[in-house]
Design a protein around this ligand. Structure first.
Ligand code: FES
Length: 154
């Protein structure tokens, strides 16, 4: 939610109608719910353990939300497997999507390769990627480089 909370505030200032799907493992780990609500955006909350909102994954809640309304665009940030799930939803709904990716970053300038994803560097080429780029990634949500540079399953 760190990049998305200011994005919601920015969109709200421009009178955009925003629905934020916010997920965490437990209610205590949810971030910026009141900050998002203060903008007038609709906050849809879910937790893995059911301590707040929908019990289950953010992708499940996003599917429900997207089925109930139409959207001009979707912006996502979070675990890559969730990003892949949201990408499937937006493809099905034919809604454009952008995602901010999170990878291990050491140098931040495209030199060390720790954030590599299919020949791209998340630090330099992203971290925000559009749907065409997201769809072209073979390793998105499947593997990443660990702190030692070993390719590991996600
Ligand atoms: S963090 Fe070093 S290449 Fe991206």
């Amino acid at each position: 939610m760190a990049p998305l909370a200011p994005f919601v505030e920015h969109a709200a200032k421009r009178k955009a109608k925003v629905t934020a799907v916010m997920g965490a493992r437990t209610a205590r780990e949810l971030l910026f719910v009141s900050r998002v609500k203060k903008t007038g955006a609709k906050a849809e909350v879910c937790t893995d353990d059911g301590t707040a909102g929908h019990e289950g994954l953010a992708t499940e809640l996003a599917e429900r939300v997207m089925g109930a309304s139409s959207f001009d665009s979707v912006y996502a940030c979070g675990p890559e497997r969730m990003i892949v799930g949201v990408l499937r939803l937006t493809q099905r709904a034919r809604v454009p999507m952008q995602a901010s990716l999170e990878r291990i970053m050491k140098c931040g300038i495209g030199v060390c390769d720790s954030c590599a994803l299919d020949g791209r560097h998340v630090c330099r080429d992203g971290p925000v990627f559009g749907e065409r780029e997201l769809r072209a990634f073979d390793d998105l949500g499947k593997t990443r480089l660990d702190l030692c540079g070993r390719k590991t399953p996600i």
